[in-house]
Design a protein. Sequence first.
Length: 320
Amino acid sequence: MSEPAAGRRVLLAAPRGYCAGVARAVTVVEKGLELYGAPVYVRHEIVHNKYVVKSLENKGAVFVEEATEVPEGATVIFSAHGVSPAVHRQAADRRLTAIDATCPLVTKVHKEAVRFARDDYDILLIGHEGHEEVIGTSGEAPEHITIVDGPQEAATVKVRDPNKVAWLSQTTLSANEVLATVAVLKERFPNLASPPSDDICYATQNRQAAVKQLGADADLVLVVGSGNSSNSVRLVEVALEAGARAACLIDSADEIDETWLDGVRTVGLTSGASVPDVLVDDVLDWLAEHGYRQVEVVQAAEEHQHFALPRNLTPRPQRT
Ligand code: SF4
């Protein structure tokens, strides 16, 4: 174990880790297993975190890419990222018991898409092509939605009527990126319609605010999260934008390279919205072993959000 060196410290972001949507999705799988028994099929990674997926697999969850891979009549859970109506239809065709763990904040964006499409708007969905959430939202109104991935695409995207255009966004983007893209769209389409409230969710915004607060004081920022987790990748970007000298995304403490600590006095630490606390605790232990034992919490916001479980997860009445 290294001696604590004077001035070495950890700035620990708060909030970090699990958001209400992820906590709900993980509970949905655990309760689904309790109620319906293993195996319970889960379409797509329930949340984008390898550790969480592995521990649910160990409890009897079977992850599949498509509902068509689920045996007829079995139980399927849809992930927190949301699915398109076509996937709900596939599940119904196969007589699956479907439990929907879509985060309510993603469902809100789906509803906005349906409403704008009903009013015949061209909808520009700011997000990353191929991301599960963007695929699900696009599926609500495929003939009305075009994906716009950043300001460059906003400058060239084609619409039918420049006076009948609306924008929506993926929930886990960086606020700055969305603002920059919307600014370009507004320049081109002065009558651009906006969603009733910001689509970027509270958890994404709070985690970004915390990392922004500590980024300027950190020589190195460690973000615990998986590479396919959009909100975790954004935290790395926000840390660098805030002035951190370096920022790295790690799945767990095992991935930290000791050479990253050369000349580092202050380490910033945070985690994506799909990361359980245990993984951050492991990193704190690893850092303590390397002389970083002084931990200061940088609190950007308090969170009290909680989402109720889907209705078909309440236990069935027992027959007497
Ligand atoms: Fe819901 Fe936001 Fe969590 Fe995504 S990051 S699951 S939108 S609360």
